[in-house]
Design a protein around this ligand. Structure first.
Ligand code: NDP
Ligand code: GDR
Length: 335
């Protein structure tokens, strides 16, 4: 039975990837960081099928110990400080976790398990102020946030460990992907949850920032499949994973509100605090290499994704589950 180590297993992608790998017959080891209250909500339903181990990307020694103890065949490095606005508030932490965390894991793999296969969760945020449309594996990077800059570092260190030491180290450049398990502060989840709250009379409006930004937005369940396919290739490489379509935040609002028979213009209010010091205006990926080499293509469409998320949040709120309001504390003062 192959063994996979997932960092970031408590996150959105970690939970979908763990489910997928269990279905492929893997033993799944999930690295979880210590917290005063442990939140395993996203993996509760599979907890008895996976092995959780305490660890943190900030601690090199613990990573080495985990690799020595479990000797995974595949390492999926998904852990990160992943929220772009927080990266302006906490740029050093973002660099430590999102950038240097990758080096710590790669260095551990190089010394303990050089025959393992490594996946780095790279991001379309690396393209930032885009140099070409659509963005492919050969598009130059121009990050627009400490998060984007950290991901560029992690991407290049992955390429360098591949080329310097011959490691099977792959970088998946994934464009935005959501799901009902998406964190509440990310825009598509903020919208789906906001719409459901308005429908049920629990909120009056939805404060948002830049509605003009455009994103290539897929379903997390589709995108994690591509991660696994990448590590099944004989040679490590870089792959863009995207839908090839782009939609504005305004369009997300239109689709989400109309799902519940509402008009977004009646409820969405402009809130300066959700604008960013530097914006990424347009992302749209060219997934042709992933299609050609991996045989990967997305299944869930943009509209299906937004409907799935709205339906799920309506059910969640109807069942009386209250989610903590995390959006307020992640606001940025406009500079
Ligand atoms: P989430 O924010 O949902 O999950 C992040 C995970 O990282 C959580 O499990 C979190 O643990 C963990 N983590 C954070 N800091 C540390 C640390 N110091 N040590 C160990 N674990 C840590 O992100 P997603 O699932 O959405 O994304 C997965 C990866 O893919 C991330 O690297 C993200 O940057 C990248 N990515 C995501 C895209 C998307 O659209 N979703 C697109 C492109 C790239 P805890 O639960 O304790 O907070
Ligand atoms: P992003 O996701 O920065 O693309 O990073 P996010 O959902 O935070 O923002 C997308 C776009 O929406 C605009 N926006 C708002 N965003 C948030 N969060 N809240 C708002 O109120 C709001 N109003 C407008 C933003 O300005 C932006 O243009 C995500 C993360 O998952 C990263 O980890 C990942 O690497 C990239 O996607 C690909």
């Amino acid at each position: 039975m192959p063994t996979a180590l997932i960092t970031g297993i408590t996150g959105q992608d970690g939970s979908y990837l763990a489910e997928f790998l269990l279905g492929q017959g893997y033993q799944v080891i999930g690295m979880v960081r210590r917290a005063s209250v442990v939140t395993l909500d996203r993996i509760e339903h599979i907890q008895d099928k996976i092995t959780l181990v305490q660890g943190d990307l900030l601690d090199q020694i613990c990573l080495v110990r985990i690799l020595q103890e479990y000797r995974p065949d595949e390492i999926y490095n998904l852990a990160a400080q992943s929220f772009v606005p927080t990266s302006w508030h906490q740029p050093i932490l973002t660099g430590e976790v999102t950038a240097l965390g990758a080096t710590r894991m790669l260095e551990g793999m190089r010394t303990v398990l050089p025959s393992a296969r490594y996946y780095q969760a790279s991001s379309s945020e690396m393209f930032g102020k885009v140099r070409e449309v659509p963005q492919s594996e050969s598009t130059p990077f121009y990050p627009r946030s400490p998060y984007g800059a950290a991901k560029v570092y992690a991407h290049w260190i992955t390429v360098n460990y591949r080329e310097s030491y011959g490691l099977h180290a792959t970088s998946g450049i994934l464009f935005n992907h959501g799901s009902p398990r998406r964190g509440l502060e990310f825009v598509e989840r903020k919208i789906s949850h906001g719409v459901a709250a308005i429908k049920l009379g629990l909120a009056d409006n939805l404060p948002l920032g830049n509605l003009k930004a455009r994103r290539d937005m897929g379903f997390a369940g589709d995108h994690v499949r591509a991660m696994w396919l990448m590590l099944q290739q004989e040679k490590p490489d870089d792959y863009v994973v995207a839908t090839g379509e782009t939609h504005s935040i305004r369009e997300i609002c239109e689709v989400a509100f109309s799902r519940l028979g509402l008009d977004y213009e009646d409820y969405v209010v402009r809130d300066e605090r959700f604008f960013r010091p530097a914006e990424v205006d347009l992302l749209v990926g060219d997934p042709s290499k992933a299609g050609r080499v991996l045989g990967w293509e997305p299944v869930v469409t943009f509209t299906e994704l937004i409907h799935m998320m709205v339906d799920s949040d309506l059910k969640l709120l109807q069942s009386g589950v209250q989610m903590p309001d995390v959006t307020e504390m992640t606001t940025l003062k406009r500079r």
